[in-house]
Every structure is written in C-alpha cells, then in structure tokens.
Design a protein around this ligand. Structure first.
Ligand SMILES: [Zn+2]
Length: 341
C-alpha cells in the first residue's frame, strides 16, 4: 500500500505498541511473582531427563507401550540415579521461582522403595528452597496382590494419594474405590490421572466425580488432565461441570502433555486436545497448571518451563483473562496441594 513515510512520532508509537506486547508477558510474570510464585501441580520427577540418544527414536510408539518402557527404566534405576533426576528437576523449578511442586513418584513391585528413598533425600536437600509434595504412582495398577502391597507402602509415605485407573482397565471403579477409601482413612488428598486420550469413550472424570461424592471427599480430589471431556457433546459437558462443582473436583491442566494427540478418524466436537480451561474456569471449577513429563519418552522436548506451559494454555484454549491465568499459575495450585483451603 502506498502512503506517506512514517513521521518520527509514528515510529515512537509503533515502538510503544511493540513494548506493550513485551510487557504483557512481563505483567503476568510480575503478578505471578507477587502472588508468591509459580506452583507446578503435576510432574513425574523420578523419570525426568530419561530421554537419551539411544531411546529417542522410541518417541513415536504408542502411549501404552511407553508406559511399559517407562516402567522398565524406573525398575532398572538405582536410588542414586532417581535422586539425580529428581534433584535436577527440582533445581529447574527453583531457578524459575516455583514456590511449590507436587510430583508423582513410582512405588511398585519393580522399583520397590527406591523412589521413596531418593524423594526423602531430595526433600531434605531442598527444604529451604521449595515445598515438595509427593504422590504415589503405580504403573502396575493397585488391584493385583503385589501391586496393592506396594501401593500401601507408597500411600504411607506420600502426602497425597495418586492413581491411574487406566492401568486397571476394566476395573476403573474398583481402582478409585481403593484410592478414595485409603485417602479417607489417612485424611489425605487424592490426585488421579483421568481422561487422557482425548477420546469420548473415556468418561473417567465423571466416574471420579461420582466416587468423590460417594466417599464424602468433596474438595479433596483433583483430576489430572480431563482432556477427553472436550470430546464430549456440549450437553454432557454442561451437566458434568455442574456435578464437578458440587463435588468440589479440581483439575490440573498440563498444556503440552497431550497437545500432540495424533490424527484420528472419530467425529467429535471441534476442540484442541487440552483440558477445556475456557469452559471450566467460568463455571467456577478450580483449574491449575502442571508440567507433567519432562524430557522423557512421553515428552522428549518438554523442559519443565512454567511460562511455556502457561503460554500454550492461554493460546490453545484462547483464554486471556490475566487475573485467572495468574490464579491458575499460583494460588489455585496451593489449593490442590492442600497448602490453603
Ligand atoms: Zn502424569
């Protein structure tokens, strides 16, 4: 387009606009700092930094097979190796001004209590720098006899009871019964991986919501992911959000975790493969931020950068409420870690 050249005043205005863009990120970072710093509400530090030149090519195999390979890596790890990985991930958080983090650690018949021993050392070393809450993970489920024994060992050690119902496929309700009854008895919160596959056949968030009410655990249960909710029809989603609110169910969004969901030939409402934050927050559901896997077989390129996670969340959900974004990155995280009511 033809036009008069920019005057020097116009140039200054253009520079101002550019600086305003830069300040938008800075505004968020400043507000996050003023609210006490980031909270990373979901991670797996014991398997962080396990991507190597040798196993990198396995990044494209399917999800279930990766779980099996992760199980093998963890099973073959020494306490010192697990400690090194956890320490590196923890320092990565401290460097970014993360106030508190909750990380799953594997406790199962393969790794036995080696992650627990590493976790104790990590908490002791960094006790003046960051709050760490541990959550038990069982990649062998919680129902089979030996897995159940190690689940109990993990439950005794951790701050929060953790679960992954799809590892007991076909018995998801029983898996949740074990988690919730254990947590109720021990007066602990519960974090559960649900609806990870962006597939409407999954309805685990609803199952978790119902079980929360059954066990009288309202306000103490946290869903991790709930991505498949976005693949459900609007009527289902609307009803589910109401139920979640009644149950006080909170949700961790891990924006980069499954945004790479592959092409599928199923018909679902158009949406991105992420926790539907844009719908949940206006409904009053507490949503928080997590990094999930860091530099492992699931996410070789994820480096635990909290800003990248928040940026992906706001872009992919087209969610630009700055105050709510700050809440998601800070105080809401304290709620799901049980640090505040
Ligand atoms: Zn996870």
């Amino acid at each position: 387009m033809e036009g008069a050249p920019l005057s020097s005043e116009d140039s200054y205005q253009a520079i101002d606009c550019y600086m305003q863009y830069l300040n938008l990120k800075q505004q968020l970072l400043d507000k996050i700092k003023a609210r006490g710093g980031w909270v990373n509400a979901h991670a797996h530090f014991d398997r962080a930094f396990t991507i190597t030149e040798k196993n990198f090519h396995l990044g494209s195999i399917d999800f279930q097979k990766k779980w099996a390979l992760n199980q093998k890596i963890i099973t073959e790890s020494t306490t010192d190796q697990i400690y090194d990985r956890m320490a590196l991930a923890t320092e990565r958080m401290i460097d970014q001004g993360v106030y508190a983090v909750s990380t799953f650690i594997d406790v199962n018949p393969g790794v036995k209590d080696r992650s627990i021993k590493a976790a104790q050392k990590v908490r002791e070393k960094y006790k003046d720098d960051i709050i760490i809450k541990y959550i038990n993970q069982s990649l062998q489920g919680v129902i089979k006899k030996e897995a159940r024994e190690w689940f109990k060992v993990g439950a005794d050690f951790v701050d929060i009871i953790g679960g992954l119902p799809s590892k007991d496929a076909g018995h998801e309700a029983e898996h949740l019964d074990i988690l919730l009854s254990t947590a109720k008895k021990m007066n602990k919160m519960v974090h559960v991986h649900v609806d990870q596959l962006n597939d409407p056949k999954e309805q685990e968030t609803e199952l978790l919501t119902d079980k929360t009410v059954t066990y009288g655990m309202e306000g103490k249960v946290v869903a991790i992911h709930s991505i498949s909710v976005g693949a459900q029809p609007k009527e289902y989603r609307t009803q589910l959000y109401k139920k979640m609110n009644r149950a006080g169910l909170m949700v961790v969004a891990n924006p980069t975790a499954y945004i790479d969901d592959g092409r599928k030939e199923i018909m679902v409402p158009s949406h991105n493969s992420i926790t539907p934050v844009d719908e949940m927050v206006p409904e009053g559901i507490v949503v928080v931020l997590g990094t999930d896997n860091i530099a492992d077989l699931h996410k070789p390129f994820t480096d635990g950068d909290m800003w990248i996670e928040l940026r992906v969340l706001l872009e992919v959900c087209r969610f630009q409420d700055l105050d709510q974004l700050v809440n998601i990155a800070t105080v809401n995280g304290r709620k799901v870690l049980g640090l505040i009511d």
